[in-house]
Write a protein of this length. Structure first.
Length: 300
């Protein structure tokens, strides 16, 4: 039962090489191949991989694949060659045995998605362990168990969707529901939409509690950090920049995906109202008032 790790990367050669080194022994023991999707890196990433890890397949993009396009290129390469794919982000860390336990869950389970628990490197607390649809209208989905300890979690619980920092996707699921929706969600929300789409087809997303990964939460990528530190022009431009999760097209599409037009419309209007408030703070508030309103919202 052979599988393959799909690793989309872009201009982070050392981070990518460290990740490949971390998984090398365990993935070989499990007979898991690796496909790196190098989306137009100019820092020598592909060359370094081919030199040190000659058994790793490198697929090359033109710099416009983004996350969903990179994952999809890997899916297309793997779907008819393997039993399962594991999507991974190259900046995560985990202890030996994590891949073994994740694959073990798949082998003992059925046709479903298998996610993991993401812990903060500094605190050891849960950052991500899947998401559930909000019974209200906004936000569209909300984190499950954020801030808890792992020993507080119920073993192998079901969620509505999950991040693809480390996500096992059986190839049978890809055949049934397709690949990431790169046209509507080229970067942010593509993985969350995929989990919600799977749910509409009766496919569960299971969080494997004994599979933990570690990440450094980068508060510099947060909305409130950007609001505080960007110039007014930069901040306004971020709403049309594909790199940011508050890019208006992505938000609009995600609010409406896999729910009624009424719920989607209300969800989006509430989202816009929240954003307009903070745009007003950025454009109109004094620096001291802005600092007061942002107090406690930025950890760096």
């Amino acid at each position: 039962m052979l599988g393959c790790i799909i690793l989309p990367v872009h201009n982070r050669m050392q981070v990518t090489m460290d990740f490949l080194q971390m998984i090398d022994k365990e993935r070989k023991r499990l007979q898991i191949d690796v496909v790196v999707v190098d989306d137009g890196s100019v820092d020598g990433t592909s060359r370094a991989i081919k030199s040190k890890f000659p058994d790793v397949t490198v697929l090359v993009g033109d710099g416009n694949l983004w996350w969903a396009g990179g994952v999809n290129l890997g899916f297309e390469y793997c779907v008819d060659k393997y039993s399962y794919c594991i999507i991974a982000n190259d900046d995560i860390k985990f202890v030996p045995g994590t891949l073994t336990r994740l694959v073990g869950m798949y082998c003992c389970g059925c046709n479903q998605l298998y996610g993991v628990v993401t812990l903060d490197c500094s605190t050891g607390k849960v950052v991500k362990s899947g998401m559930e649809s909000n019974p209200g209208y906004y936000p569209r989905v909300r984190d499950v168990n954020r801030g808890k300890s792992v020993n507080q979690l119920v073993a192998n619980f079901v969620v509505d969707t999950v991040s693809s920092r480390l996500l096992l996707v059986p190839c049978s699921v890809i055949h049934e529901i397709g690949v990431f929706d790169a046209a509507r969600f080229p970067h942010n929300f593509s993985d969350l939409e995929y989990g919600l789409r799977a749910k509409t087809k009766g496919i569960k997303t299971v969080i494997c509690v004994d599979c933990c990964i570690y990440t450094e939460e980068d508060c510099k990528k947060s909305f409130f950090f950007s609001l505080k530190n960007m110039t007014r022009k930069e901040f306004l431009r971020s709403f049309t920049d594909i790199r940011f999760p508050w890019m208006y097209k992505s938000l609009l599409r995600f609010c409406f995906c896999h729910q009624s037009l009424v719920r989607g419309g209300v969800s989006f209007l509430l989202c816009v109202a929240a954003l307009v408030k903070w745009v007003g703070v950025k454009l109109l508030a004094t620096e001291s008032l802005r600092g007061y309103m942002l107090k406690g919202k930025i950890s760096c």
